[in-house]
Design a protein around this ligand. Structure first.
Ligand code: IPE
Ligand code: IPE
Ligand code: MG
Length: 263
């Protein structure tokens, strides 16, 4: 058998030989409604408790040294929920952006968003844009809120822009590679590769979240409902992640050789 060097390209940007901590964690924050139902409370109360979990998890992720945390807060499909629930979620989002401003700025967190944010009402967009700009140079952790976000919508948008570049003569069809596609998908362009995708509430599906980005993410599903999710649950997911071997299509021996080279 030949012992040629492993194709490092598969592993580029992913390996963290130092601590096995994911660079980029994404969370599908699900189960607010069921949490409320179980207590005989309106769904809205579940969303409010969910916002408390957001605060807890953002703080924990920053303290643990996660480079980027993306929270799936509202999907493109969630607009079709009853109008009063959508309104409450929007009002909650505005409240979060205003109340957490100090915490985000004081802790060197950079806020970014992905999704069709032009669809958000002005009373959400205004504090959102203000905080994005105020935190733009921060570098301790990137907090990405996926708002009015749909993975298919993002890929469709990228395809449309790539097609336009071809029509304009700015791009050759043969030059369209996965890297070029990534460059046209904002989340892939501005964030590190997605390493760990967590979904709460026992559902085992992606629900149109990071479809492109999840290609080689490790998946972690927990029964815990989002309002109950706390620092310990995050630690449990990170511990599970640290025990996994990510092979990116290679053999175990190749991955081990690559890791040895890096140390
Ligand atoms: C997640 O909780 C929050 C959003 C999708 C906005 P849900 O509202 O989906 O809660 P369940 O799934 O109905 O329990
Ligand atoms: C996914 O949860 C969207 C967010 C967490 C923001 P949903 O509750 O909308 O997903 P489905 O309907 O169960 O697939
Ligand atoms: Mg749900």
């Amino acid at each position: 058998m030949s012992s040629s060097p492993p194709p490092a390209a598969n592993l580029a940007g992913h390996l963290d030989p130092a601590g096995n901590l994911p660079r980029h964690v994404g969370i599908i924050m699900d189960g607010n409604g069921r949490w409320a139902n179980a207590q005989g409370l309106p769904r809205e109360v579940g969303h409010e408790r969910g916002a408390d979990s957001v605060r807890t998890v953002v703080r924990a992720a920053r303290e643990l040294g996660i480079e980027a945390l993306t929270l799936f807060a509202f999907s493109s499909q969630n607009w079709d929920r009853p109008p009063q629930e959508v309104f409450h979620l929007m009002a909650l989002l505005r409240r979060y952006l205003i109340e957490e401003r100090g915490e985000i700025l004081d802790n060197d967190i950079r806020l970014v968003t992905v999704g069709e944010t032009h669809r958000l009402p002005a009373y959400v967009r205004e504090p959102m844009v203000e905080l994005i700009e105020a935190s733009a140079t921060h570098s301790r952790m990137t907090l990405c809120l996926a708002l009015s976000y749909g993975g298919r919508e993002m890929i469709t948008d990228a395809v449309r822009r790539i097609a336009q570049e071809v029509v304009d003569g700015a791009l050759e069809v043969d030059a369209i590679t996965p890297d070029v596609v990534s460059q046209h998908i904002e989340s892939s362009r501005i964030l590190p590769p997605l390493d760990l995708l967590i979904r709460t509430s026992g559902e085992r599906r992606i629900s149109n979240f990071f479809l492109w980005e999840a290609a080689y993410a490790e998946l972690f599903f927990t029964e815990t409902l989002w309002p109950d999710f706390n620092r310990e649950n995050l630690l449990e997911a990170l511990a599970d992640y640290s025990r996994r071997e990510r092979r990116f299509g290679l053999t175990s021996a190749q991955v081990e050789a690559s890791l040895q080279e890096e140390v």
